[in-house]
Design a protein around this ligand. Structure first.
Ligand code: ADP
Ligand code: TRP
Length: 333
C-alpha cells in the first residue's frame, strides 16, 4: 500500500484553506493508503510560542483533525514531537542541504522580508525538517496546498541526493498530491490572495466559527460594482466569491448566480451572499459541533495521541535505524 504523510503547523484554528487544500485529501486517502498525519509542533517553534499557547494550539489541531473526519483507527494521527527520531533525521539530512538552495526558497525569502527581526536558523532549515517528516515514513504522496509545492521539490531533491551519495534506492521520491489533480489555493475573504489566519481573523472562515461569525465575515467580503455588461470576465473579487461557492454549494446554485453575472444583471449580490452564508453554515456547523464535543473529551484525545505515537514510532524508528546503517554508523557494543 502506498504511504501518505502530511502535517499542519499548530499556529491557530484551522480554516477552509487548510480544509480544502489539505485535510479533505487526508480524509479521503485514509481508506486507500497507509496514512501518517501529524501536528507539526517542532515547526511551530520558529514563531516562539509560549508553552501554554503551544499546548493549546496542538490540542486544537488534534481536535479539529478528528472533528473533520480523521480516524485514529485507520491513520496514524500523532504529534511531531512524539516522534523525536524526526529530529535525528533532520540532523542527518542537514549535512546534505546547502545554504544557497535554502536561502533561495520562496517561503524563507518571504519571512526575511516580513519578519526581519526573527530570521532564525529554524526558518532557514524549515524545508529540511519538512523533508524529515516525509522521508521518515518513506512516503509516496504528500497531500498539501499549492503553497507547499516548492518544499516538496526540495524533499525530492534530498531523497535523490541521499540515494545518489550512498548508491542506494532507499528513499522514495514523494510527490505533492491532490485528488482534484491540481493543487488547491483557496482565496481569502479580503480579496488579497490566499485564505490564511490574519490578525483580524476576517480573511478566513474557521472550522470552529459559529453562524454569526460566518455571516459577519461573508457580509464583509469584498465585491465590486457589479457586472459591467454581458459576458464580461469575473472581476478578481467576484472570482473569489465564486471560488468559495465551488467549495460548499451545488452546481445549480453556482449556475444560477453565474447566469446573473453573464446577463449583466444589477443588484443581486445581497441574494448571492445570503446563499453563500446558508451553504457555508451548513458545511461548517456539523464540524463545529464535533469540535465542541471533542474538546471536552481529554481521555479520548490522550488515547488517540498515544495510539498515533506508537504507530508513528513503529514506522519512523525503523527508517532512521536503516538510514544510520546506510550512512555507516556501527555499534561497538
Ligand atoms: P496557514 O497558511 O493558515 O498558516 P499552513 O501554512 O499551516 O496554514 O497550512 C497548512 C496546510 O494547509 C498546507 O498543506 C497548506 O498548503 C494548506 N493551506 C493553507 N492555506 C491554504 C489555502 N488558502 N488554500 C489551499 N491550501 C491551503
Ligand atoms: N510546511 C507545512 C505548512 O506550512 C507543514 C508541514 C510540515 C508539512 N511538515 C510537513 C506538510 C510534511 C506536509 C508534509 O503547511
Amino acid at each position: 500500500m502506498e504511504r501518505v504523510v502530511s502535517g499542519i503547523r499548530p499556529t491557530g484554528n484551522l480554516h477552509l484553506g487548510n480544509y480544502f487544500g489539505a485535510l479533505q485529501n487526508f480524509i479521503k486517502m485514509q481508506n486507500t493508503h497507509s496514512c501518517y498525519f501529524f501536528i507539526a509542533d517542532y515547526h511551530s517553534l520558529t514563531t516562539h510560542p509560549n508553552p501554554a499557547d503551544l499546548h493549546q494550539n496542538v490540542k486544537q489541531v488534534l481536535v479539529e483533525y478528528l472533528a473533520a473526519g480523521l480516524d485514529p483507527e485507520k491513520s496514524a494521527i500523532y504529534l511531531q514531537s512524539d516522534l523525536p527520531e524526526t529530529a535525528e533525521m533532520y540532523l542527518l539530512l542537514n549535512m546534505n542541504a546547502y545554504m544557497g538552495e535554502l536561502e533561495r526558497s520562496a517561503s524563507f525569502k518571504d519571512k526575511v522580508r516580513t519578519q526581519p527581526e526573527n530570521v532564525n536558523a529554524g526558518l532557514l532549515t524549515y524545508p529540511v525538517l519538512m523533508a524529515a517528516d516525509i522521508l521518515i515514513h518513506n512516503a509516496h504522496k504528500v497531500p498539501v496546498g499549492k503553497d507547499q509545492e516548492q518544499h516538496l521539490e526540495m524533499t525530492r531533491e534530498y531523497a535523490r541526493r541521499f540515494n545518489k551519495m550512498y548508491h542506494t534506492d532507499f528513499f522514495t521520491e514523494p510527490t505533492a498530491f491532490n485528488f482534484g489533480e491540481k493543487l488547491v489555493k483557496v482565496p481569502g475573504l479580503d480579496g488579497t490572495g490566499k485564505m490564511s489566519k490574519s490578525d483580524t481573523g476576517m480573511n478566513a472562515i474557521f472550522l470552529c466559527d459559529d453562524d454569526k461569525q460566518i455571516e459577519k465575515k461573508i457580509k464583509a467580503a469584498k465585491t465590486d460594482l457589479g457586472p459591467q455588461g454581458e459576458n464580461t470576465p469575473f472581476s478578481p473579487e467576484i472570482e473569489n466569491i465564486f471560488a468559495l461557492f465551488e467549495l460548499v454549494s451545488s452546481k445549480e446554485t453556482i449556475n444560477y448566480f453565474k447566469l446573473k453575472w453573464n446577463n449583466g444583471e444589477e443588484k443581486w449580490y445581497g441574494e448571492m451572499k445570503k446563499q453563500l452564508i446558508t451553504d457555508m453554515v451548513s458545511f461548517v456547523n456539523p464540524i463545529r459541533q464535533r469540535i465542541q464535543e471533542l474538546s471536552k473529551d481529554s481521555e479520548y484525545l490522550s488515547k488517540v495521541a498515544r495510539l498515533g505515537a506508537e504507530k508513528a514510532h513503529e514506522s519512523g524508528a525503523e527508517t532512521v535505524r536503516k538510514m544510520r546503517e546506510i550512512i555507516g554508523f556501527k555499534k561497538f557494543y
